[in-house]
Every structure is written in C-alpha cells, then in structure tokens.
Design a protein around this ligand. Structure first.
Ligand code: AGP
Length: 602
C-alpha cells in the first residue's frame, strides 16, 4: 500500500472545473465561479480546499446553491482550492460519484472534465497495486495514477507528465497538492489560466474568473501548468518549458447577468435585434479572407451539432440557391461514418458551433484536417478550440449565451451565414440592405410575446407537437421542435411538409398540435394544402405567417420580409412558445434536465 502520498481528488465529464490560489478565502470565490459555469453541468457539486497542509472535501448531489446551503461550502477554510459541477456520464448521480474524488490517502486533490477511455484497464492495474476505488466514475483513476507516480517520482512535475502519458481520451484536469501547489493539464478539453493580483485561476471556462480578471492564458493541447506560490510555470507533456500569450478577454461581466429578466433564456431571446446586427458585422477584410477559401474550393462540406446543425442546413440551401455553390451538410456526430476519401487539399469544411468546444464538431474538423482540407468556422467564442484550429473563422459575437437552449446564437449564426452568401453572390440576398426591415420585424415579434405566451394554456398538456415547414422553413421546423423538446420536455418533431402524406400524417389526430410555418412566399400554397390535410384529421393548428387563414386555431403573425430572410424572424415565436411551455410545466428553462451547454464529450 502507498506510504508517502496522501490522496487525489477528481472531477469529470462535461463539467465545469475551477482552481484558485490567491490571498483571499478560496471557497466563496470557487462557489461564485461554479455558479457562473453551472450551465455546463448541474448534477452535483464539490469543493476541496487546503489549510494547514490538510485537504478538506465537501460534495453533494444538486445545484451549487442547494449543495452550498446544505453543506456550508462557503465557509471551508484556506486560500487555495478547486471546485466542480458535474454532468454525469460514467456512474449515476450520487454523492460517491460527485466530485472531488479522493485517492487512497487524501494529500492531493484533482478536478477533471472529459472522458478517460482506458480507465478500466488503468483501474485494474491500480487495484492490483492495492488502490481502493470509492466511485463508479472513470475519472477517479487519475487520482490514483497521480498518487502512484508522485510516490515513485517524488516530483509534481514528473508525476503530472507520467500521469498524462498513461491517460487516453479527452481531458482537462487540475490537481492541488497539500504542500500548496496547483497543477493542471489539458488534452482536447479547454483549460484557461486567469491572472489576478497575487494569484491565479485555472478554469474550463472564461466565465469561471471573468468577474476577477480579463487577463487569461489559453493552454494548448498537451500543455501542463504549475502554480507554486506566485510563480506560474508552463511546460509540455515531454517536460520542455513553453510560453503562451496573455489574451485580454473581450466579454463584460454584465453580459452574463440576467438583469431584469426572469431567466437567461428570455433575456437572450430579447437580445436578437442586436445579435442579428452583430452577426453581419465582421469586417470586409475578414469576410473576404474567409470567402477566398470558398471561391477556390473544389468541394465544400458544412458540419455542426444540434441547433448549429440546423444552421448548416440553412447554409447549404442559400449557398445553392443564391451563390450557386454546391455543398454537403453533415451532422457532426455522423461525420466520422461518412466516406472520407472525397475530402482532400481542395476541400473546405465549414464548422458551425456556438461554443467552439463541441467534441463531435472538433472530431470532424480533426478528421478533415488529416485529409488536408481547409477549415473555416463560425463561432461565438473567438478564443475557443475550434476558432484556434481553423484557417479562418467568423465571430457571431452575440455575447455569452448562458441559457442551455441556443436562441440568440442561432439567429446570430444565420445572420453571419447570410452575410457570407451575400459576399459570394455580390449582395443578391441583401441582408445588409434589409437590416432595418429585419430589426423592425424582430422588435414587432418580441412585442407580441404575451399573445404567444397565452397560446400555451391550450397546448401545454399535449403529448405530441409537430412543426411543418417547406424549403428554408424546414430547418426552422427542426429548430422549433428542438427548443420544445429541450425546454418543455414535450415530444416534438419538425417535418418537411411535403413528406406528410408519405407517413407522418398517420400520427395526426384530435390530440395532436401542429404548428405550420407558412409565410406568404413560394411555399405558401403547398403548405396551406398540407394544413387542410391535418385539419381534416382533427389536429389543433397553429399558423406562423404574415398571412392569416381561417384554418388556424391560433395565428401568430410575423411581419412580411424578403422571402429568403424569413428564417431569421420566424424562429423567434417558436423560441418564445417553448420558453412559456417550460414555465407552464414548471421546469427551469435555463438548465434543462440531462443537458449541458457545451457538449465536450462524444
Ligand atoms: C441547442 O439548444 C442545444 N443547446 C444544443 O443542441 C447545441 O446546439 C449543440 O450542443 C451544439 O452546440 P454548439 O453550437 O456550441 O456546438
């Protein structure tokens, strides 16, 4: 059994991790940071602090505020510590699986985000050496590995290097050693140093320390950091010393506060006039540099996940229709299974991601890079991993999006995508020229929020909601369904209206609600006949359009805009509907169950 070393504490998966070493009580600082990053995962919370050479750990199931109240985390002693919020993948949502985890003898504490793919063989090996595991998590293995190497090497630097060499998978972890040293390492998960007077933060997210400093160091893959006293040392997995630039973070703290709104999600829905403007505000030079990769490309692929995948479908459509560019839109989680051989140095992959940290998107980009394709990306976090590995990227610049359900980032993405297409087709869509019309339209829709909210009283207890749309309205139908699923936990499905008679019509009866996205454009007549078909089966029909029709049991009016630009505005009533359905069902719209804002594991 291990004699020298005392213990290792660990955090894991799509979580938020934070470490702090400074000259004030660490616990209240760590709790405040975890609250700001709670959108990353909110199954359980834990903190470890060091005082008088001893590690104290407190952890529990629930959200930061609840666990803080029940375990009085805020009064844990010591000016250095680590913290974590968890989004469970390996091991149930239990106290023993909550983090931090201790290794055998309590002298080292470690926090972790990601997945250790080879944890079971490492666990077996360590158990044969006498280590005793207390959780079902993959991550606890790092705790014991560090302990084993530290007792052999007697040096924190060597123990970190040897531990990283043994781990397979995606991870960022931070260890605190009872002698008062903090050390962190990253491989395919974000890890950032925050620089404050007389101290440092180390965090998985800028929001972890934004309140205290905007001076940050973004660690690259295979970087290790050691914070000892007031000294910060950086080196790579081989032990060679490295230098990383200090970056000034552009975001204001106020941007992450709810302000007068009841929820971040509602605040972000109401920010969409600004996000549409920001989405088309990249400089002419930046836009031309971005587009130059496209004009020279022989094949173009577009990828994203969730809401960002719906943006890829819109881009594929407007590229084809307006810029006469053929492209293929691929869900990032499916990218690895598609035939890769057509991709080569003449190909461009456009990756769309709000966070810029989604594992499936990063994996697709890595695969395309291996085929020597050029990488373009559309992100909302210009310091994200995706932006940093792209040949060129555009910043949607809609400010931090805290609500787990993407709202303003979607319209921001669309605005940027229309702007790219307009640059390639010399303004043939005219998004900039129609900016004022768009702004007026969004303001008008936001002003009808209460009318939309009233509709939920007639539909919140239905089991199934179907959303119909044709052409550019189909990806919006998919997006509306996703919002209703993730915010109100109601089964909802986006259907290409033309596919109705090929099967889905069988689902329609008097217990179903159907939302028809049907602005007065080239799809209007065909979609109206679909609305007749579903009405004939007794469905409750809600129409979203600039043109009223007796068919609709409820009519949500949207202003008429240029045909191609309807997607930018018609999604907003669906976001508002989903938000009020969540309230009606008494669920927290900002932190939907089982979800996380940035899915950094495959
Ligand atoms: C959308 O509301 C969800 N939060 C989710 O589908 C999200 O769009 C997806 O995880 C992709 O995130 P990204 O844009 O940060 O890559």
């Amino acid at each position: 059994m291990i004699k020298v070393l005392r213990s290792v504490i660990l955090l894991l998966v799509v979580c938020s991790i934070i470490g702090y070493k400074g000259n004030v009580l660490a616990a209240p600082v760590l709790i405040d940071s975890l609250k700001r990053m709670e959108y990353r995962g909110y199954d359980s919370v834990g903190i470890a602090t060091i005082t008088d050479g001893k590690i104290l750990v407190r952890k529990g199931v629930g959200k930061v505020a609840e666990v803080n109240r029940s375990l009085d985390l805020g009064r844990m002693p010591g000016q250095m510590g680590i913290g974590h919020t968890r989004w469970a993948t390996h091991g149930g949502v239990t106290d023993s699986n909550a983090h931090p985890h201790s290794a055998c003898t309590n002298d080292i504490a470690v926090v972790h985000n990601g997945i250790i793919e080879n944890y079971s063989e490492l666990k077996e090996e360590l158990m044969l050496q006498g280590h005793i595991f207390k959780s079902q998590t993959d991550s606890e293995v790092i705790a014991h590995l560090l302990e084993a190497h530290y007792s052999k090497e007697g040096s924190i630097k060597q123990a970190m290097i040897e531990t990283c060499k043994r781990l397979k998978g995606a991870y960022a972890f931070v260890a605190v050693f009872e002698e008062g040293t903090i050390s962190g390492a990253r491989f395919d998960e974000p890890l950032i140093i925050g620089i404050v007077d007389n101290g440092y933060f180390i965090s998985s997210d800028i929001l972890g320390f934004l309140k205290y400093t905007d001076k940050s160091i973004f660690l690259d893959n295979k970087d290790i950091a050691i914070i000892d006293g007031e000294k910060l040392e950086l080196f790579d997995f081989e032990g060679f010393s490295i230098k990383r630039p200090i970056t000034q973070v552009a975001w204001e703290l106020a941007a992450v506060e709810k302000g007068a709104y009841a929820h971040h999600t509602l605040k972000e829905i109401h920010q969409q006039v600004q996000t549409i403007i920001e989405g088309m505000s990249d400089s002419k030079e930046k836009m031309e540099a971005f587009c130059s990769f496209l004009t020279n490309a022989k094949s173009i692929y577009i990828t994203g996940s969730g809401t960002s995948y719906h943006s890829t479908l819109i881009l594929k459509h407007i590229f084809g229709k307006f810029a006469k560019i053929r492209s293929e839109a691929i869900m990032s989680s499916e990218f690895q299974y598609m035939a890769q051989d057509p991709i080569d140095e003449t190909s461009v992959l456009i990756a769309i991601s709000q966070s810029g940290e989604t594992a499936d998107v990063l994996q697709s980009v890595k695969a395309a890079k291996q085929m020597r394709a050029k990488i373009l990306s559309i992100v909302n976090v210009p310091t994200s991993s995706l932006a940093r590995i792209s040949n060129s990227f555009l910043n949607v610049n809609c400010g931090p999006e805290i609500g787990v359900a993407a709202t303003k980032s979607f319209t921001g993405q669309l605005s940027a995508l229309y702007n790219v297409t307009d640059t390639l087709c010399h303004g043939c869509i005219g998004i900039a020229a129609n900016k004022n019309e768009l702004i007026a339209a969004v303001n008008l829709i936001l002003s009808t929020e209460n009318n939309i909210a009233k509709i939920v009283n007639t539909m919140y207890d239905v089991k199934d909601i179907y959303i119909l749309g044709r052409s550019l309205h189909y990806p919006i139908a998919l997006e509306g369904a996703l919002k209703i699923k993730e915010l109100a936990y109601i089964h909802a499905e986006g259907i290409a209206a033309g596919e109705l008679k090929h099967g889905p019509l069988a689902l329609i009866d008097k217990n179903t609600v159907v939302i028809v996205i049907n602005p007065s454009d080239s799809t209007f007549d065909d979609t109206i006949s679909n609305a007749h078909e579903i009405k004939a089966r007794g469905a409750f029909v809600i129409g979203i359009s600039d043109k009223e029709n007796d068919l609709y049991d409820h009519f949500i009016k949207i202003p008429k805009v240029k045909e191609a630009l309807f997607p930018l505005i018609e999604v907003i009533p669906l976001q508002i509907l989903a938000y009020y359905l969540a309230l009606k069902k008494n669920v927290d719209p900002d932190y939907p169950r089982n979800l996380a804002k940035s899915v950094t594991v495959k």
